[in-house]
Structures are given as C-alpha cells and as structure tokens.
Design a protein around this ligand. Structure first.
Ligand code: ZN
Ligand code: ZN
Length: 412
C-alpha cells in the first residue's frame, strides 16, 4: 500500500509572547496533549511561510505550503474566492470579490450592508449579469452574509484593474480603472463599471430592499469589487507528485487555493470557517478521505479570526479544541506506518498585533519515515530546536512527498 499524508494547517495559530499569559504564546499556554505527542514522536522545525520577516496573506501562504513559488505564481485573490465558492474557473477568466454595500446620498455608509444575508439578491443580479454583452459572460454568486463573487469569462480580459471598493466609508463607489496600458485591462474595467451601474439599478427597487426599508434595516444599494484575480499558472499536485489530493476547509479562500492546485474539495456539514466550526466533522471527513486520496489537507480558520479579534482566551481555547477534536482524533484513527501527519500554521497572527506578521511558525511531522528528534512539545519555542531546522513554506510539500517516495531524483 502506498504511503499517504495528512497536513493540518491552523490559520494564524503561531503567535508571540503574550503579557496576559505570563509571556507564553497561546500555543504554549494551551493544554495540547495530542499536538505534543505528535511533536514528541515526530520531527519538528520552524517554517518561514515565504521568507524570514515577510508577513504573508493566507492565499500566498497556503500556495507556498502546497509547494509553489507563491510570489511568482500569485495572480490575485478573487480567483481563489471563486474556486472556493464552487465556481469553475478557466485560464483567462477574471474573478473579483464583491461586497454588498449601503449607500446614502451618493456615499457608502456601510461596506457590508449590515452583514445581513444578501442571498435574496443573487437571482436578480445573476439575471442582470447576462445582459453585459455578447463577448463576455458574467456569473454572479452569493457566498456568505454580505459577500459574493463575480466571474468574467471571455476573450481579452485582465486582472490588472483597480477596486471599486474604496475600503472606507463616507466616499462614493469608485470607478474601476485599468492598472496597465493594455486593451485587456481597459476592457475589463469598462465591463466592471458597466456591471456596477446595472447592479445598482437592479438593487434600487428590489423587494428585499423594500422589506429592509420597512423594517429599518441597512439596505444593499451597491455591489463593490475588490481583488481581481486570474488562475495562478501552476501544475497540479497530481502532475508534480502523482498524488490524488483533497482539501477539507470551511474557509473559501483556503479551499480555493487548494482547488487551484487540483485538490478535490470535500464538504463538511457545519464547517463554518469560524471559531464555532465542526472540528469533529472535519476529523471524520479527513479520515474517510484518506481511504480515497493520497494527501488530505485540513485547514482550520478559527485561530486566525480570534487572533485578528485580539481574543487571547478564545485563541487558547480554540487551540485546545483543535487538539482534542481534530489532532487527537486523527492521531488515534490513523496507522502511522501508512500515514504521515504534518501539523503547522500558515503564518503568525499575534493577538497583540491583530495582523499577520513575518515570524516563523512551528511544524511537526510524524510517521514511519521521519527521524525523530528530541522535541517533546508543539510550540513556537520548542520546535525551533527540532531536527527539521528552519525551512520555507515551499519546502513543506517536497519534505512530505519525499517520505511518500514521490519525489524524483535530481542529477544522475
Ligand atoms: Zn492565514
Ligand atoms: Zn488572517
């Protein structure tokens, strides 16, 4: 039987010393017997997602952990959101992230339209999108709350366009502008500006807005665009290593990055991409996926959300829940003679900073092929002295695939 691997990535789990925790990190303060066992029997190290000191976005960081030269192949975030939302994306397509926004007297007063569910608008905007023109196809899809994605398909499109989202309130919806001198960028900007106006018109007297007005709720008056992207030019993990792979992630962005690498997304009921996510369900799904796939990527978003909120206690508790409901469960139910298990974070999000920073993250890999080191705990500090030393995000996949015997010889 061929060897298999699971990689568990806890978004923004790595941290810095926290004063309230007696200058321990949340990982050090948390009670994590399963993670510590994994570190104890495995080989550990620290990993710079991109390179030392560079704070990465989650899209770039996850691309790197999948083994790609992330800064080189990255071509915008929108495309990952579209893939994560289940849309099929082809080379040449351009995808943007959308927010429904509340506009009063010509200026945006709420960039998230009260965070209310905007699904009731989807159908009307999908209909309007069909009218954009004969040479281009537009697909509008609601995702969660006030969020949606828009996919453009057609000849001569470019991701090199600015946002119509001003990223602040008190100003009008911005015009999309081409960011280079190509006709493609100009054309894409024109299409997006056209859709922006058509959407505004369609939203004006939409019954859902009438209802919101009657109930004094924030209306959705405009759709604002950001993060135009196109598919990264990468070869799939199957082409690179001959592995069949799957992703278990509640977060659309992480799921989309993995889908762009050819991984199959597996839905888990109750996997929300938040702190309340169904970790037991994710563990069960990952275990079942191992029967069909060689590599399973499990992504947990909640740790990053709590870090952005500066919620120290919440982060410690989330890490403990991941330990009990996910890591422990996967360790218990897998045969380490057949499966290698890697545990890491995609970047550091210190609760004290509430943003991604460029510190390295801990990583541990357990399985029959690894040379066990002396590290006994899974944390930023203890993993730093491990046998894997200090690696980059893009080293993770070759290291795992080498254990699986999937990396070809270099030289002769
Ligand atoms: Zn992240
Ligand atoms: Zn984040």
């Amino acid at each position: 039987m061929p060897l298999k691997a699971v990689i568990i990535v806890c978004d923004g789990m790595a941290d810095r010393p926290v004063r309230e925790l007696g200058y321990s990190t949340p990982l050090e303060a948390a009670d994590t017997p399963a993670m510590d066992y994994l570190a104890d029997i495995g080989v550990c190290g620290i990993m710079d997602p991109i390179s030392p000191g560079i704070p990465p976005g989650s899209d770039v960081a996850n691309l790197a952990i999948l083994g790609y030269d992330a800064l080189k192949v990255y071509r915008g975030r929108g495309v990952f959101e579209a893939l994560g939302a289940g849309l099929e994306v082809r080379p040449g397509d351009v995808a943007v992230r959308c927010n429904f926004a509340t506009v009063r007297n010509g200026v945006i007063v709420d960039r998230r339209a009260g965070r209310l569910d905007c699904r009731p608008f989807e159908e009307a905007l999908m209909e309007v999108s069909k009218r954009i023109g004969p040479d281009v196809e537009a697909v509008f899809k609601h995702t969660t709350e006030h969020r949606a994605v828009l996919l453009l398909r057609g000849y001569g499109l470019s991701r090199m366009v600015s946002d119509s989202d001003p990223h602040r309130t008190g100003v009008p919806v911005m015009k999309v502008k081409p960011l280079d001198g190509t006709p493609e960028a100009g054309r894409t900007a024109d299409i997006l500006n056209g859709l922006s106006e058509m959407y505004m018109e369609a939203l004006k007297n939409h019954p859902e807005n009438e209802r919101r007005r009657r109930q004094g709720l924030p209306t959705a008056d405009a759709v604002i665009f950001r993060g135009a992207g196109q598919l990264p030019e990468i070869r799939s993990l199957e082409e690179l290593y001959g592995v069949k792979s799957a992703v278990v992630a509640g977060n659309a962005l992480a799921r989309g990055v993995c889908v762009s690498a050819g991984m199959e997304p597996i839905h888990v009921e109750g996997a929300t991409g938040s702190a309340d996510t169904n970790l037991k369900g994710k563990a069960e799904t990952a275990l079942r996926a191992l029967e069909r796939f060689d590599l399973v990527y499990v992504h947990v978003k909640g740790t990053d959300n709590l870090s952005h909120d500066g919620n120290v206690e919440g982060k410690v508790r989330m890490i403990e829940r991941i330990d009990r409901q996910l890591v422990s469960r996967i360790l218990d139910e897998t045969d380490l003679r057949e499966v290698h298990i890697a545990l890491t974070a995609d970047h550091t999000t210190p609760v004290s900073v509430r943003k991604h920073t460029g510190d390295p993250v801990p990583i541990a890999v357990a399985g029959s092929c690894v040379r066990r080191d002396d590290v006994k705990r899974f944390s930023e500090r203890s993993c730093a002295v491990g046998g894997m030393g200090r690696i980059r995000g893009r080293d993770v996949m070759p290291i795992l695939m080498n254990y699986l015997g999937r990396v070809g010889l270099v030289g002769a």
